[in-house]
Structure formats: C-alpha cells, structure tokens
Design a protein around this ligand. Structure first.
Ligand code: B12
Length: 236
C-alpha cells in the first residue's frame, strides 16, 4: 500500500469505529508500548498497532459524587465498560474481515489483583495516540472531555498511520490533588508520562480506599471512586 492508501484506510477504519459508537479513536505504534507491563508478556509480539478508543461519560453523574462514589455512577461505569467491550469486539471483527489479525482488550479486566495490572494500559495507548495527556491524577485527560471518559484498546496488525501524542495541559492546576480524600495525588507533572505509578501517586492510599472501602459499599461491587475525575476542570 502507498502512503496515501495507508491514510485512506486509517480514516475509513476510524470512521467505522466512530459509527459503532466510540467518541474518540486513535492509532498508536505498538513499539514504544513494549516497555509496559503486559499480560501475557508477549501480548504485543504479533501486533504493530494499538487502537485506543473512548466513550464520554455523562458529566452529570459526577455532580452527585461528593466524598464517595454513588450507586448511579457504579451502574453507568458498568454500562460504559459494556459499550466499550462491544465496540472493540465489533471493530476487531471488521479488521479481521479485512484480513488483519486483531484482538479487543477489555475495558476493565484486572488480571493481577495483588499489583493491580490489566493486560495492557489503555491510558498509555491513548496517550501515544493523542487522545489525551497523562494528568497529575495519572488519568488520561482529553482536552474536550477531560478525564470523563472510559477507554478500551484494539490490538491489530492492520496497516494504519499512527497519531502523535499531545502536550500536557495541567499547568499549575492542583484541583485533583486537593480533592483526593486520601491525599494520594502528589501533584507532580509528567512531560510525557510517569515511569511508574508511585511517581504520581501514593498508590497504596488510592488502592486501599477504593478496594477496601468503596467497593464494599451497598450497590457498588466495583473498586471505583470518581472524585479526581469530578475535580478536573477539563470537560466539566
Ligand atoms: C487496575 C486498575 C485500577 C487499580 C490500579 C490503578 C492504576 N493506576 O494502575 C485501581 C483499582 C486502584 C484503579 C483505580 C482507578 N481507576 Co482504574 N484501572 C485499572 C486497569 C484495569 C488496569 C491499570 C493498569 O494495568 N495499570 C498499570 C500501570 C503501570 O499503568 P497506568 O496506570 O496506565 O500508568 C502508567 C502508564 O500509563 C504509563 N504510560 C503512559 N504513557 C506511556 C507511554 C509509554 C510509551 C509507556 C512505556 C508508558 C506510558 O505511565 C504510567 C506510569 O508507569 C485500567 C484498565 C486498563 N487496562 O488500562 C483501569 C483504568 C486505568 N481505571 C480508570 C479509572 C477511571 C479509575 C478510577 C478513577 C476509579 C473510577 N473508575 O472511578 C481510579 C483512579 C486511580 C488513579 N488516580 O490512578 C480508567 C482511566 C480512564 C482515564 N480517563 O484515564 C481505566 C483506563 C479504565 C477504563 N476502561 O477507562 N484502577
């Protein structure tokens, strides 16, 4: 395929995934992502591209979150995950029908409950594809929707033109740090990305609050919080 054909095919694939319901779609080269914790470790062996996708969350659900997650947020969280998993499943099928090996990585599957890892970091794929920057909260912040998005990733070897990362827009803002009920956010900015989670967060404080306390609340059933998302001025 010539360079123009690559670009045309990339645009067609992106339009197809938008048509399935994704609000954001990008393309990242998988080479830089090989430095991530991957499960299984050879996950990216046969994939040259990652397609991070995102759906926007209803901003109003965060208005009800004051100092803890709400049952309403828990249900909307589950719906967003289901929608993302369906979009990436169908997108993967479309790419496969075009002859390209593809694998949808679930939105929210935790594979290591001791160290808290999924198959691959959707935020890293999203950042490399320019869907957003990595904010002080460690969340991916999109210029339009802020961190009020949920993500999934499709791995593929389709010949797609990668997008480029965008600059960090947090500046001097510390609203997420000020809002965190356990003081987990250190308030350090990363030009590109943090080397590890501890650089940005007192990680165990966040995990203990979400896993130990919030997930045990009535009608919750998931380790969620939403307070650092609500505090972010982007996408409010
Ligand atoms: C396990 C998990 C948790 C654990 C651990 C969190 C953590 N930070 O790792 C717990 C239960 C504590 C948790 C909490 C939350 N989570 Co969570 N979680 C996950 C899950 C399933 C796996 C995360 C993982 O493997 N992390 C591994 C570490 C190493 O990766 P990382 O967190 O992305 O951070 C590194 C990379 O991003 C890297 N990086 C960034 N760019 C680049 C580029 C390159 C080239 C490289 C090499 C690296 C790199 O820099 C970071 C430091 O190393 C993901 C889904 C997924 N598969 O990604 C959701 C996910 C990260 N969670 C999400 C959310 C929203 C939350 C909460 C707000 C809870 C809620 N829903 O209300 C909190 C926020 C906590 C916080 N401030 O970080 C969203 C984030 C959306 C967004 N806008 O960014 C995700 C992506 C789920 C989704 N489908 O949307 N979560």
């Amino acid at each position: 395929m010539g360079a123009n054909n690559y670009r045309d095919y990339t645009e067609r694939v992106k339009a197809g995934i938008h048509a399935l319901g994704a609000d954001l779609v990008g393309v990242a080269d998988t080479d830089p992502l090989r430095g991530l914790h991957l499960d299984p470790p050879d996950l990216l062996e046969t994939f040259t591209r990652a397609i991070p996708i995102a759906v926007r969350l209803p901003a109003a659900v965060f208005e009800g979150i004051i100092d803890k997650p709400t049952p309403l947020y828990s249900a909307i969280y589950a719906t967003a995950n289901r929608i993302l998993d369906e979009i990436s499943f169908k997108a993967s099928d479309l790419l496969q029908a075009d002859g390209h090996r593809s694998l949808p990585v679930p939105a929210s599957q935790v594979l290591d409950r001791k160290n808290w890892y999924g198959a691959i970091s959707h935020k890293a794929a999203g950042r490399m594809a320019g869907l957003g920057w990595q904010g002080k909260s460690l969340l991916l912040v999109n210029p339009l929707y802020g961190p009020r998005i949920r993500l999934a990733t499709i791995l593929t070897n389709a010949p797609l033109t990668p997008d480029k990362p965008i600059a960090n827009g947090c500046g001097e803002c510390t609203l997420c740090m000020d809002a965190c009920p356990v003081g987990a956010i250190k308030g350090i900015s990363a030009e590109a990305h943090y080397q590890n989670r501890e650089e940005a967060l007192h990680f165990s404080r966040c995990v203990e609050k979400l896993v130990g306390e919030f997930s045990a609340m009535p009608s919750m059933g998931a380790a969620i919080c939403g307070i650092c998302i609500k505090a972010c001025p982007f996408g409010r």
